[in-house]
Design a protein around this ligand. Structure first.
Ligand code: FAD
Ligand code: SF4
Length: 498
């Protein structure tokens, strides 16, 4: 396929008539596209970014960011601290370069959604979500990380968890034939990761869907209170307009979907409010032995024993060039550190934060405002402490917590408890990143407090659906890809039933 998929590249403006147009080809768009095409609908998926084949993925992290990530990975949530918000802009969306970690939607999360809005229990029954997840897991080959390709960083985390008596397990991943090349975050060069570009999108096309890449939707078109299509611009400088007779399905992500709605003057309900996330922090540890964190399954082990506290820990797997940036020291000290690069491992904590932020369209795309509260920062401090303790328990000689105002190197594990108690209350002392986002077009029965109904239909505009994690009433505390795939599949079922 060309970089623009099935799009008719040329000088003429594109005009298409379909039954269903889907905006975005990431987890939500691919799942909705596959389900709708299989249900017999004439579907067109529009994606702003390019199609990149596995052999075109580049090995270096910054090159991959330029190629596959939105704003080259430089977009930030604004608050006291600028927090990178990392998203995809390519066919397959963020699934192309995500860590392949698979989780089912936890029942306790769903129960809390239903307790707050009982209509959800009826419209979105847990057993329907479970059935969708069963099929998704089967189709994506989800299985625990194969110990043969796990790599040292993952084995060491298992050792640390066992020593501390914390529950952990090999990560369940959507891969087939993974060789442990450690390049998931740059896109798997061998196509082993079952990201959407390599799985649901080809399956959607096989069922008759078309995919236009390089097509950015700028406006949802409405007539007499009904969504009738979309229009936008192409990467080659043209324009397109798509008429959709049955439905417009937004799957552009929890940041881009609310911006698109607002840009289209569809301002009903708390659109763009309620942004929530799992900010992540990481801690490095130096071992006596070689770890080579860039080798093995990119992310192959997780510690889940503190999920009830809103904390989840994962072995990380970014490239050596990123790891080098995280080493303590400058000048000669940093140079000596780089010489020991293969002895370092970096592990991360995902924090289920309570904070709620906003998303608004801006000239640059979208502006996200987000500020962590005191309780969230207490969780961050605890997360840093536990990461350090895990590293020491696994055999690290020293750890580097990367928190401003605190020693760059910690060799005494007892210092970590002091850090949790006395560490900074000011968010600006920390380095964080966000990769999981939710809640900006919440689903619910009350049109004053939600944007879409419990069946994914927009409260005020007919034939308009939202399929991505914008609709999640809250964050989930676990990696969201498969929950998004499941809910988008159920959304497609509602569209198909129209
Ligand atoms: C680095 C990283 C690692 C992650 N690791 C994991 C993991 O291991 N496990 C897990 O469960 N989750 C992981 N996630 C999260 C997961 O990948 C995302 O939650 C999920 O992909 C979101 O799905 P989505 O469809 O909402 O958005 P995306 O997958 O981001 O896709 C949205 C797509 O819509 C396109 N789009 C946006 N606006 C427009 C427009 N106006 N017109 C046309 N197209 C548009 C975008 O270009 C993009 O391709 C990770 C995320 C990141 C960034
Ligand atoms: S770890 Fe390597 S081989 Fe395995 S899926 Fe990721 S990039 Fe592909």
């Amino acid at each position: 396929m060309s970089a623009f998929g099935d799009a008719p590249v040329g000088d003429r403006a594109i005009r298409e008539h379909v039954e269903v147009v889907i905006v975005g080809s990431g987890a939500a768009g691919a799942a909705a596209g596959r389900a709708l095409a299989r249900a017999g609908a004439r579907v067109l998926v529009l994606e702003e970014g390019p199609q990149v084949a596995p052999e075109g993925f580049v090995a270096d992290s910054f090159g991959a960011m330029a190629q596959l990530y939105r704003d080259a990975g430089a977009a930030v949530a604004r608050g006291p601290l600028l927090i990178p918000i990392i998203q995809g802009r390519c066919v397959g969306g963020s699934t192309v370069f995500n860590g392949a970690i698979c989780w089912r939607l936890p029942r306790d999360v769903w129960e809390r959604w239903c307790a707050a809005d009982p209509a959800l229990a009826e419209a979105l029954p847990f057993d329907a979500i479970e059935r969708a997840l069963d099929e998704i897991e089967r189709d994506l080959g989800v299985a625990p990380t194969d110990p043969a390709i796990a790599g040292r960083k993952n084995d060491l985390m298992a050792r640390g968890a066992a020593a501390l008596g914390l529950e952990g397990r090999p990560i369940r991943r959507n891969v087939r034939g993974c060789e442990g090349l450690g390049r998931c975050l740059q896109g798997c060069p061998r196509g082993h990761k079952r990201s959407m570009d390599a799985s649901f999108l080809p399956e959607a096309r096989a069922a008759g869907a078309r995919l236009f890449a390089g097509c950015r939707v700028d406006r949802v078109l409405t007539r007499a209170g009904r969504a009738v299509g979309v229009r936008g611009v192409t990467a080659w400088g043209g324009r397109f307009e798509v008429e959709a007779t049955r439905a417009v399905v937004l799957a552009a992500s929890a940041v881009q979907t609310p911006s698109l709605l607002r840009r289209s003057d569809i301002l009903h309900g708390p659109v763009g409010d309620g942004f929530c996330a799992h900010p992540g922090v990481s801690v490095g540890g130096r071992f006596d032995e070689p770890v080579r964190m860039w080798e093995g399954a990119t992310q192959g082990y997780e510690v889940i024993g503190l999920r009830g506290e809103g904390l989840k820990f994962e072995a990380l797997g970014f490239g050596a060039e990123i790891l080098a940036m995280r080493l303590p020291g400058v000048g000669a000290e940093l140079a000596r550190g780089v010489a020991t690069l293969e002895q370092w491992a970096e592990w991360g904590a995902a924090v289920r934060a309570e904070a709620r932020g906003t998303v608004r369209p801006s000239r640059a795309g979208s502006t996200v405002r987000y500020a962590l509260g005191d309780g969230d920062l207490a969780k961050v401090r605890r997360g840093v402490r536990v990461l350090g303790e895990l590293l020491f328990a696994a055999g690290a000689r020293e750890v580097s917590i990367g928190v401003h105002g605190w020693p760059e190197r910690i060799a005494d594990p007892s210092a970590l408890a002091r850090f949790e108690a006395d560490g900074p209350r000011d968010a600006r002392a920390y380095a964080m990143a966000v990769t999981h986002m939710f809640g900006t077009c919440r689903m619910g029965s009350d049109p004053r407090t939600s944007v879409v109904r419990p069946d994914f239909r927009h409260h005020a505009v007919d034939a308009l659906f939202v399929a991505d994690s914008s609709v999640f009433p809250s964050n989930t505390g676990v990696n969201p890809q498969n929950a998004i795939l499941a809910l988008a599949t159920l959304c497609a079922g509602r569209v198909a039933a129209r």
